[in-house]
Design a binder for this molecule. Structure first.
Ligand SMILES: NC(=O)c1ccc[n+]([C@@H]2O[C@H](COP(=O)([O-])OP(=O)(O)OC[C@H]3O[C@@H](n4cnc5c(N)ncnc54)[C@H](O)[C@@H]3O)[C@@H](O)[C@H]2O)c1
Length: 254
C-alpha cells in the first residue's frame, strides 16, 4: 500500500480517536477524507490534522450521506482504508429509580448509531474497495471501533454494551464474508481514552478513571489508538480480530 496513491476514510474524524487517526494517516502522506456529523471548518481541520485532509459532513447512519463521502473519496483515488469511529453511550438503567423501563426508542437510537451506522459504513465502503485493483491480493482494510463495554458493560451501559458487542460479533463474520474480495476487517475495543467523549467529567473524575487502569495507570492517549488503527490497516496478516486496547483494565460493575 503506497500512501501517496491511497485514500483513507475516517468516520467520526472530528472527534478524539478519529482525529488522532486522521492526523497519523495524513502524516504518512496519504489522502485522508474525514467525515463527521459535526459542523467543521475544513481549513481549521486541515491546520489541525494535515494538509491532505478533506472534510465531508455526513451522518454515518445515512446511505445517501455515506455514498456522498465515498464518492468524494473515490475522486481522490482508490479507497484502501476505512477507520470507523462514531459512537457514544446512552447511559440509563433498564428500570430507573421511579420504576420506569428503559425507553425503547432510546435503545434503538443507541443501536442505530453504534451498530447500524457501523454496518452502513462497512457495507458501502467494502463495495467500493471491491472495485480496487488487487495489491498482492488485497483491495482494502477496514478498522471498526467497539469498546471494552462489549464484555465488561457497567451498570447503565446496557444499550451501549449491546450495540458494541454487535460490532465485536460482526468482525470475524465480516472478515470471512469479504475475504474473497481481498478486504480485511479488524476491530479495536478501546478502554478509557482521553477524548472529548470524557470532557463532561471533572479532572478529578478523569484522574480516578486513569487510576483504575491496571497498567499504565492513566487514560489512553488517542495517538495510541491511532497507532493501533494504522497497524491494523497495514499488517496484512491481521484479519478478523478484535483487539482490546485498554491497559488491561477490566471494568467493574459500577
Ligand atoms: N473515548 C473512550 O474512552 C472510548 C472508550 C471505548 C470506546 N470508544 C469508542 O470510540 C469511538 C470514538 O470515540 P471518541 O472518544 O473519539 O468520541 P468523540 O465523541 O470524541 O468522537 C466521536 C465522533 O463521532 C461523531 N459522530 C457522532 N454521531 C455521528 C454520526 N451519526 N455520523 C457521523 N459522525 C458522528 C461525533 O460528532 C464525534 O466527532 C466511539 O465509537 C466510542 O464509543 C471510546
Amino acid at each position: 500500500m503506497t500512501d501517496t496513491s491511497s485514500v483513507f476514510v475516517v468516520t467520526g474524524g472530528a472527534g478524539g480517536l478519529g482525529g488522532a487517526t486522521a492526523r497519523l494517516l495524513a502524516q504518512g502522506g496519504a489522502a485522508v477524507v474525514v467525515t463527521d456529523l459535526a459542523e467543521v471548518d475544513e481549513r481549521e481541520l486541515r491546520a489541525r490534522l494535515g494538509e491532505s485532509v478533506t472534510y465531508v459532513r455526513g451522518d454515518v447512519c445515512s446511505e445517501a450521506d455515506m455514498t456522498a463521502v465515498l464518492d468524494h473519496a473515490a475522486d481522490r483515488g482508490a479507497i484502501r482504508g476505512l477507520v470507523h469511529c462514531p459512537g457514544r453511550g446512552f447511559p440509563r438503567r433498564i428500570v430507573d429509580r421511579d420504576g420506569a423501563p428503559f425507553p425503547l426508542e432510546q435503545f434503538e437510537t443507541a443501536v442505530r448509531l453504534n451498530l447500524v451506522g457501523t454496518f452502513n459504513a462497512l457495507r458501502l465502503t467494502a463495495a467500493r474497495m471491491a472495485t480496487n485493483a488487487a495489491d498482492d491480493g488485497e483491495r482494502g482494510a477496514i478498522v471498526l471501533t467497539a469498546s471494552v463495554a462489549a464484555w465488561d458493560g457497567q451498570v447503565g451501559q446496557v444499550a451501549y454494551a449491546a450495540a458494541k458487542s454487535g460490532v465485536v460479533g460482526m468482525t470475524l463474520c465480516a472478515a470471512r464474508d469479504l475475504a474473497d474480495l481481498g478486504i480485511r476487517v479488524n476491530t479495536i475495543a478501546p478502554g478509557i481514552f482521553d477524548t472529548p467523549l470524557l470532557a463532561r467529567f471533572s479532572d478529578e473524575v478523569r484522574e480516578g478513571l486513569g487510576a483504575s487502569v491496571t497498567f499504565p495507570k492513566r487514560l489512553g492517549d488517542p495517538a495510541e489508538y491511532a497507532a493501533m488503527a494504522d497497524q491494523l490497516l497495514r499488517n496484512r496478516y491481521m484479519n478478523g480480530e478484535v483487539v482490546r486496547l485498554d491497559g488491561a483494565i477490566r471494568m467493574a460493575a459500577r
